[in-house]
Write a protein that binds this ligand. Sequence first.
Ligand code: AMP
Ligand code: GLY
Length: 416
Amino acid sequence: MKVMVIGSGGREHALCWKIAQSQKVNKLYCAPGNGGTSLVAENVDIKANDIDGLLDFAIKNAMDLTVVGPEEPLVMGIVDKFEDKGLRIFGPNRSCARLEGSKEFAKSFMNKYDIPTAKYKSFSSYQDAVERLDEFSFPLVIKADGLCLGKGVSICGTEEEATNVLKEILRDNKFGKEGDTVVVEEFLEGIEASLLCFVTEDRIIPMESAKDYKKIYENDLGPNTGGIGCFSPSPLFTEKLMKKIQNEILDRIYYGFKSEKLNFKGILYVGLMVVYNDPYVLEFNVRFGDPETEVLMPRLESDIVDLFQKSIDSTLDYSDVKWSDKHCLTVVATSRGYPIDYKKGYEITGCEDLDRNIILFHNGTKYDNGKLLTNGGRVLSITALEDSLQEARKRIYSNIDKINFDGVYYRKDIGK
Ligand code: AMP
Ligand code: GLY
């Protein structure tokens, strides 16, 4: 089979790493890929949002399967375009991708099907929004409706802060059209967890749980990032909690899909806040998470290409998805200044000195004349799969200092 992965992050490197292990695959492409994907696949210089370019490449190369990493092409409708041409592609269609592409759409879906989530109101007018802030208590959360490169969510402690954020989005068009509408919602205090699921026409099959670290500094301080550390499984997921998630969330999502005639196929990432053992949905993503994928792929024992194929054909069953009992932890080495402002192009050294047991996924790197250079805010995901979380932690932290580049930074408390 010829397979193409779309995207260029650590998630895509982890997907390529896993796909390359499949006996079924004899040619793997990654568009546009990064330094890491070039070690297991052939990078193709087409951007992830260049749908026509990707389609053209897939047709010319008789691609048997395309796997979409990031949300942008999904929200743009890449799946519909590929399917129109008779090409097999793994991911939800444009209509279903609105669950990530529009916070308002996702929230109204949750309300309609009684899926527990923070109470919210949506606004398109700055004046209306400001006048009705008194219906919320502080802190509250303001979210731009559309895709904003992970920067669309603000937690506001005071009315003044909230008014400023509303002004930036609704009046000054900080996010352009993506901020034409905002969702204002109640702040939930609890523990976050990610549950990714394979979705077919017949069922929603949850993967193993993962815990993502979002804040840049230790003890969860500082600004939000895309995720700078992660481990799986998360001990939060007791049998009791999983039952609740199944009954109150997954079953209702499934019922909602059927009722709305949303033919969702692909990955649904349910971002959860667990408040005193009660799960609430913070957000839906319609794709694999990053860095969740970096800790899930090493634990997955099944052939992932098989899972993709069966998902597309809606023949996937629970027993097809097999997991190792081991614990996987990843720590992301980032560039100084990330997530606000950072430079790229510094040489990375030390990757060859890591223990053989370390799995190194590249987030933002590129090879230039044989040298590995930084090429993003998140640079490398140093990953270990061990019998316990503590062993994985030990393995990573006894290796990570071997990696060096100008301004390298990582959190020391991942998995603690
Ligand atoms: P989202 O993109 O909606 O997941 O928001 C990004 C991050 O903001 C989440 O991962 C949470 O850390 C935080 N967040 C979002 N919504 C809420 C909420 N209602 N209460 C508390 N934190 C939230
Ligand atoms: N780790 C969060 C995300 O992928 O959106």
